[in-house]
Design a protein around this ligand. Structure first.
Ligand code: NAP
Ligand code: 3JN
Length: 331
């Protein structure tokens, strides 16, 4: 692989920090790496492969000489700076929702639609973390049995809401144990010992934006607008890794054994399905892992051609940083 000049935009954030970890772990062949964040972080030192790197404030000149720019500093920064980076000759891999549904921007999970990367015009979008785990499991099933409808409920960890949300859960748990009042800032309600069915803003149709991201992104990645998806996204008091319950209705009936067989060889998926020995995916065990783990696979007793399953995927790794770095590796 030819060595590239890399920029990480949002390098001080939860996703940016994970990007650096993944780049290190995968020996990504870079020539130089530039760390960008807000004015607040300019001058801050971050250690990367044994070197102390200095964070720079993002500005319109940040992308001179950059080949690949990994963006995770929020949709507003992507809207403003991704086109500037692309115009300066970089290929942008964008982790935000800003360009995901733009018909000129490929939306890529490499195990599913790596071929779409070639169609880029300077920007490639990384899907939402909950979508990525789900489509890894859906794609092999869709290829053989054509999916008609998916009902998904998510159980999303606080790290999906950024570095300060992780601190908020830690502080609330400590304060709860100490009998103190809980301070609520990042979420609408206390997240310690709670489940909040509200991620991102509410839309006119009663869904949240996070739920509609799952609906729309799934169709684009699988290249099939006929797949019907309905989602309920819930924030739970877990630090890392998102879990999802899926009901998948197919045109052709598949047995549970057939689905297990399909998913046992699916790229990016690891089957963990041994209920007799209490073995099924859980975020407690699987945070930090690259694969999306699937278990509890069973035929839906309420429908003749439908499957239920449960999955767990590390939202900061495969759900964000790892998927983005895999796209960069494909480039
Ligand atoms: P975070 O921990 O809050 O980090 C935000 C990052 O953005 C920090 O590096 C911050 O820099 C930087 N930033 C904020 N305002 C900026 C500005 N005006 N100019 C330059 N940099 C700025 O959030 P996160 O969890 O890493 O998420 C960051 C973004 O990634 C999200 O907004 C979202 O769009 C995307 N994301 C995607 C997924 C996914 O599903 N693929 C998952 C999570 C997040 P400072 O430290 O200097 O403030
Ligand atoms: O909440 C989560 O678990 C995932 C959050 C993702 C997120 C957070 C803030 C802004 C996104 C995203 O990736 O869709 C965005 C955004 O870019 O809109």
């Amino acid at each position: 692989m030819e060595k590239k000049n890399i920029a990480v935009v949002g390098a001080t954030g939860a996703v940016g920090q994970k990007m650096l970890e993944v780049l290190e772990q995968r020996n990504f062949p870079f020539n130089s790496i530039r760390l960008l964040a807000s004015e607040r972080s300019a001058g801050k030192k971050i250690s990367f492969l044994g070197q102390e790197l200095t964070v720079e404030a993002l500005n319109k000149d940040s992308f001179q000489g950059i080949d690949i720019a990994l963006f995770s500093a929020g949709a507003a920064r992507s809207k403003e700076f991704a086109p500037i980076a692309a115009a300066a000759g970089a290929v942008v891999v964008d982790n935000t929702s800003q360009f995901r549904m733009d018909p000129n921007v490929p939306l890529v999970v490499p195990e599913v639609n790596a071929a779409d990367i070639e169609k880029h015009k300077g920007i490639i979008a990384n899907p939402n973390c909950s979508t990525i785990g789900m489509v890894l499991a859906l794609n092999p099933i869709h290829q053989v049995a054509k999916i008609k409808r998916v009902v998904v409920s998510t159980y999303q960890s606080v790290s999906g809401a950024g570095a300060t949300a992780i601190e908020e859960l830690k502080t609330q748990v400590k304060d709860w144990v100490d009998g103190k009042d809980l301070v609520v800032d990042k979420f609408q309600h206390p997240i310690a010992f709670n489940c909040i069915p509200h991620i991102d803003v509410f839309m006119d149709n009663g869904y949240t934006k996070e739920e509609m991201k799952m609906v729309e992104e799934t169709k684009k990645i699988l290249g099939d607008d006929s797949i019907q998806v309905t989602a309920t996204c819930v924030r739970v008091p877990v630090f890392f890794a998102h879990s999802e319950s899926l009901t998948i209705e197919t045109e052709k009936k598949l047995s549970a054994a057939e689905v297990k067989e399909l998913l046992s060889s699916a790229p990016g998926i690891c089957l963990l399905d041994d209920p007799e020995n209490n073995q099924y995916p859980m975020p407690y065990d699987l945070a930090g892992r690259d694969e999306t783990f699937v278990g509890r696979i069973r035929e839906d007793v309420s429908h003749p051609s439908s499957i239920n399953l449960w999955l767990v995927s590390d939202n900061l790794r495969k759900g964000a940083a790892l998927n983005a770095v895999q796209i960069a590796e494909n480039l």
